[in-house]
Ligand binder design. Structure first.
Ligand SMILES: CC(C)(COP(=O)(O)OP(=O)(O)OC[C@H]1O[C@@H](n2cnc3c(N)ncnc32)[C@H](O)[C@@H]1OP(=O)(O)O)[C@@H](O)C(=O)NCCC(=O)NCCS
Length: 266
């Protein structure tokens, strides 16, 4: 299989993939949703964040021009990128510590209050299994940036979920983002991909997603018994899960990393 060659950020056509936004192709919304929710892109527990449950559909309903897909030659979705228009004052310190959950709520609230956005935030990036490890994710990020730029916005912020952090759940995110390869590039593949495209690490958001549920739910999601209170390492989680048997609740608080893409004017 050949690696797709992206022909420039403002030319929405690549040699292998066609890029469309979902206002152009609302018929693809169900397939996009299936790619993200049913293809094993995420560990099951990640699909039970209450903020996502409440607001995720708004991306397709209210902000379809901010949702991009890469289509292969058969018209199937090879990759999906979701973003949301938001406001941010440009100061690193004001990026919310509640990363993903907070920025999703900011986008929805701003829209309700008719507040004009001055930037966009990435929400999700997924490459279909059969197209993984072929360099598609760079093309996807570029397509997300183009869609945002076409809405007249010049910044894309992202609460990035480092895709190898789950292999090091006992290491703090602050230390993990300092790790480098021998060539001086970032250790984590997904952070490195953003950085290679010019994005800067702004700060860790320690409580990007909080998922709290009764133990039976967690046992179902993880396939693990949780026999006593304490902390557990669970597959796919970036940090351990906290279990409180007396209260019959387990809570996962996921840290992410705020990154910034300065993407220029349209
Ligand atoms: C993360 C994801 C988007 C990467 O997409 P991809 O198209 O497969 O990635 P690429 O082929 O463009 O590779 C990007 C970098 O990651 C590295 N990489 C990708 N998968 C890897 C793996 N399993 N092991 C080691 N390195 C890996 C590549 O080598 C490349 O780094 P390099 O160019 O410096 O060598 C994809 O794996 C995915 O959809 N995962 C599930 C959802 C997710 O985690 N999204 C990101 C958080 S929103």
């Amino acid at each position: 299989m050949t690696v797709p060659i992206y022909k420039g950020e403002d030319n929405l056509t690549m040699s292998e993939f066609t890029v469309v936004t979902l206002d152009q192709r609302p018929d693809l919304i169900d397939a996009a949703d299936t790619l993200a929710s049913q293809s094993g892109a995420w560990p099951e527990f990640m699909l039970h964040d209450p903020i996502a449950d409440e607001h995720f559909w708004r991306l397709y309903d209210t902000f379809p021009a901010y949702q991009v897909v890469l289509l292969d030659e058969e018209g199937e979705i090879a990759a999906l990128g979701n973003t949301i228009p938001v406001t941010w004052d440009g100061l690193g310190d004001s990026l919310p510590n509640e990363g993903w959950d907070a920025i999703m709520q900011i986008g929805v609230k701003n829209h309700r209050r008719k507040i004009k956005p001055n930037c966009a935030s990435a929400i999700q990036a997924v490459v279909a299994l059969k197209y993984r490890r072929q360099g598609v994710s760079q093309a996807l990020i570029k397509a997300m940036r183009s869609a945002v730029r076409q809405q007249g916005l010049s910044r894309l912020i992202a609460p990035v979920r480092p895709n190898h952090k789950h292999l090091y759940p006992l290491t703090s995110m602050e230390r993990y983002i300092e790790w480098q390869r021998a060539d001086g590039t970032l250790f984590d593949p997904w952070l490195r991909t953003h950085a290679r495209l010019g994005a800067k690490i702004m700060k860790v958001c320690p409580r990007s997603m909080t998922i709290s549920a009764p133990l039976a739910k967690w046992e179902g999601w993880t396939g693990l018994r949780l026999p006593e209170s304490g902390v557990y390492i669970i597959p796919g989680a970036l940090v351990p899960l906290g279990v409180d048997r007396e209260r019959n609740v387990a809570t996962y608080v996921e840290p992410n990393v705020w990154m910034l893409h300065e993407i220029g004017e349209a």
